[in-house]
Ligand binder design. Sequence first.
Ligand code: AMP
Ligand code: MG
Length: 451
Amino acid sequence: MTGPTDRTTDPAACCDGAADPASPPAAHRMWTVDEHLADVLTAAAPLPAIELQLLDAQGCRLDEDVVASGDLPPFDNSSMDGYALRTADTAGATEQYPSVLAVVGDIAAGAGVLPKVGPGQAARIMTGAPMPPGAEAVAPVEWTDGGTGTGRAADAMTAPVDDEEVRVLRPVAEAAHIRRRGSDIAAGARVLDAGTLLGPTQLGLLAAIGRATVKVRPRPRVVVLSTGSELVQPGDPIGPGQISDSNSFTLTAAAREAGAIAYRVGGVPDDPAVLRAVLEDQLGRADLIVTSGGVSVGAYDVVKEALQGGEGFGDVDFRRLRMQPGKPQGFGRIGGGAAGGVPLLALPGNPVSSYISFELFVRPVIRTMLGAPDVHRPVVRAVCPADLRSPAGRRQFLRGWYGADGRVEPVGGHGSHLVGALARANCLIVVPEDVTALPAGSEVDVVLLDA
Ligand code: AMP
Ligand code: MG
């Protein structure tokens, strides 16, 4: 690993996990980051392809090779505003001795009935209008007197035209200013391959060849909800002990950035019955559910209380991970049904923990559902000029700034409540489980968050 872009891989796997101490009982064992990631990815498969309207398919990947059914352009047409004519009629034309041609008609874009252009004749033609029979080229209006009978044409053509003749001031070459039928795309050509990401220009191409719908891998629908009786919505008055719900915004935005259709469900109080009712409501529109908060060992850890054990509603396992921040996590399925239920990732409530958990575990699930080739964030090696400390047995993810010089600086401190520093970071610095201190100047793995 030498350069800053030398590998694109699984950031959670960038350091080897510490071995588990002699198999503790399942409920008490701690999971490595890699074990948890592998487990959550068992819930992730590319979603079945569906036919979508073009604009609904933006950001999705094609699930078909697209073949043009007709030529593009579909007919020979003019690339200029000017006069369609026969080239022989303009041989030797000059400003002093122009060719004088009879104007036999006016052809606008979209014209269906076309005049026939014979020897000594021309038809006024607009950009994109079909070439009339008999014409071999187009003289741009700037090469003519524009039918005014007085030297060069004005800058623009005026309509309608009742001029009877036009002076062409220079010779016009064969096929000049004609866009040939099929010169862009020939009928039967494959224009887009399966797997192509559909952005503005690809959608435009599909529209140009007459496709109204297209078969794609849909974006996963991700429901994000935050839990906590202390939460108020941003902008609402804050009472004693209350804080603004920020996680649901971070996580919804992160899900969208990962390519999902994300629905933000505002804060749910720490009441298991309410949480279960909200979840049941949301099940119908979710391919994936992400919760924040309530997964720890405190009283009122609502997600745990509502989902642990399942009671027919689901099967969510709550576990502790060898990582910092983000130790408590939950993962399972809820709601049952044919597909075995909707996968649910329960993230811890501390804002930094929940965001890092999203990056490490939720984002790869979304990317896999999308059928994206790049499931994981890129990881690069970088020199860190600061001393780093990390607890034994935990993979630590520090917020950092990765600069153009290929070095990485820690941003802010260790606290998992530090949203200010989080918003100034563009990467995560990874300190492996078996490392407790790294001297300044060490090389570290860096997960790039804005790549
Ligand atoms: P919890 O995991 O529910 O115990 O929450 C841990 C910490 O994160 C507490 O300080 C919470 O107030 C805070 N927290 C939980 N949910 C959110 C949220 N949606 N937005 C901001 N902070 C939160
Ligand atoms: Mg809570």
